[in-house]
Design a protein around this ligand. Structure first.
Ligand code: FAD
Ligand code: NAD
Length: 472
């Protein structure tokens, strides 16, 4: 007889494995199906973790190259050992994937290695067939299915990704040598993060973006400042430009592009081209059409406010349902679904999910942008504070950027925060907690912040919302 579970989660990424862990904590018999041979999904294997390992290593290299001299540290001739940098990155990934496997074991979650397909949708007894890595198929029965199959690279018409000369983020994480030149298509998060890695290591990087600005969902002022800082570091931008073709050849990749609003085409050549124009839901081979699970016209699985699809007992979370494609959003949806399945209320405040771009300085945003508040006609006040006026930032030599807090004009409730500056991703979490508690900018301003800390920029920005910043 087929083994049965309370919940089978298909996909072992941050959404899927966290969902299974929480379900097990709540007493449900849970299993995770994963086909890539390692747990952790896109994030741990070819996303968040390896990219952050390379961002950290390349940041050290860049600092040794350009930053140490000002501190009176002479390094002589600097040498790059790319194979060691890559091996360290692979080791970091391994530590994380094996760590997740340990967590599943510890919580008695079954790890079903193979590709999952929902073969039968029957209330209380859905069936999932798992084609093992050895080719053998096993069928399991489950009360609930959670689809957490994530996303894949969005292809660009006219361009074939060979992961050698024309790469996606996955190929950009394993380049065997530093290219002399790189054209990045898309000035989104991946373009700026991976573009930063290779620029720091010595590539001449040009980012081509369809829109007239970089980082589309971010606050306008932050976007502009971030672009200025990245340009100062040597990254080049070609905005309002559409790439129509990328042809690899012996002397590099020839890229054809034209103004997005129409006009004469031009060509440019680079050793490597990175395609980073977004990601789309991955649902291939899951059997959704056969069992009647609805998918939107953009390919995302449709789910209600409880993450249930139109088929009872089948749920979906993470990148595959769209929204912000972030690991922490997927994780929290995993927790929410597990709690709902165990009979508890599961809840996420989508207004307080921070987005962080791990360039240096970092770029981070939470809640509404000024553009969104204006569009909604919400009256707001702004408090802004530059890193250059912060003692610790000066001591560290990290004075680029600013923090901005947006608060409701009448109630003073914090509506958003946007930062470009050193450790912006860590700094923004104070505001995330404040927003979860419905805090006012006055609450943040009256919280005693340790000195000398970068976090004082947040306090000063909050004071600034009441026009009483102290150190500017
Ligand atoms: P995924 O992580 O994509 O996991 C889905 C898993 O399901 C995959 O392992 C896949 O193999 C498996 N799968 C699919 N179909 C089946 C099937 N039928 N049977 C079995 N297994 C299946 N987000 C951040 O928050 N911070 C970052 O710093 C960050 N950096 C990123 C850097 C890069 C280069 C990329 C590409 C993404 C990054 N992201 C980052 C985004 C983040 O990786 C995703 O938002 C996150 O992984 C989504 O989690 P998920 O669980 O929904 O899906
Ligand atoms: P993105 O949506 O962040 O950016 C894509 C960019 O490409 C946009 O600026 C878009 O205007 C541009 N673009 C689209 N079509 C184009 C074209 N034909 N020519 C030129 N430009 C074009 O997508 P991404 O950078 O590929 O990242 C994918 C997902 O992965 C994102 O949703 C992101 O949230 C996630 N991610 C997150 C992190 C992080 O949290 N630090 C890091 C990496 C990736």
């Amino acid at each position: 007889m087929a083994e049965s579970f309370d919940v089978i989660v298909i996909g072992g990424g941050p959404g899927g494995y966290v969902c299974a862990l929480r379900a097990a904590q709540l007493g449900l018999k849970a299993a995770v199906v994963e086909s890539r041979g390692a747990l952790g999904g896109t994030c741990t294997n070819v996303g968040c973790i390896p990219s952050k390992a390379l961002l950290q290593s390349s940041h050290f290299y860049d600092e040794a190259n350009h930053g140490f001299a000002a501190h009176g540290i002479k390094v002589g001739k600097l040498e790059l050992d790319l194979p060691t940098m890559m091996a360290r990155k692979d080791d970091v990934v391994k530590q994380n994937t094996t760590g997740i496997e340990f967590l599943l074991k510890k919580n008695k979650v079954a790890y079903l290695k193979g590709f999952g397909k929902i073969t039968k949708a029957a209330q209380g007894a859905h069936q999932v067939a798992v084609k093992g890595l050895d080719g053998k198929e096993e069928t399991y029965v489950t009360k609930y299915v959670v689809i957490a199959t994530g996303s894949e690279v969005t292809p660009l018409r006219g361009i074939t990704i060979d992961e050698k000369q024309v790469v996606s983020s996955t190929g950009a994480l394993v380049l065997p040598k530093v290219p002399k030149s790189m054209i990045v298509i898309g000035a989104g998060v991946i373009g700026l993060e991976m573009g930063s890695v290779w620029r720091r290591l010595g590539a001449d990087v040009t980012v081509v973006e369809f829109l007239d600005f970089i980082l589309p969902p971010m606050d306008g002022e932050v976007r502009k400042q971030a672009q200025r800082i990245l340009e100062k570091q040597g990254m080049k931008f070609k905005l309002g430009t559409k790439v129509t073709e990328a042809k690899p050849g012996k002397d590099g990749v020839t890229v054809k592009m034209e103004p997005a609003k129409g006009g004469a085409a031009e060509t440019a050549t680079a050793e490597v081209v990175l395609v980073a124009i977004g990601r789309r839901a991955f649902t291939g081979g899951l059997g959704l059409a056969e069992i009647g699970v609805k998918v939107s016209n953009r390919g995302f699985v449709e789910a209600d406010e409880n993450y249930q699809t139109n088929v009872e007992g089948i749920f979906a979370i993470g990148d595959v349902i769209g929204g912000q494609m972030l690991a922490h959003k997927a994780e929290d949806e995993g927790v929410a679904v597990a709690e709902i399945l165990a009979g508890h209320p599961g809840h996420i405040n989508y207004e307080a999910i921070a987005g962080v771009v791990y360039t240096w300085p970092e770029i981070a945003g939470i809640g509404a942008t000024e553009e969104q508040l204006k569009e909604k006609g919400i009256a707001y006040k702004v408090g802004k504070f530059p890193f250059t006026a912060n003692g610790r930032a000066r001591a560290n030599g990290d004075t680029d950027g600013f923090a901005k807090i947006l608060a409701d004009e009448k109630t003073d409730r914090v509506l958003g925060c946007h930062i470009v500056g050193a450790s912006a991703g860590d700094l923004i979490m104070e505001v995330a907690v404040a927003m979860e508690f419905g805090a006012s900018s006055e609450d943040i301003a009256r919280t005693c912040h340790a000195h000398p800390q970068l976090g004082e920029v947040i306090k000063e920005a909050a004071l600034g919302a009441d026009k009483r910043a102290l150190h500017i």
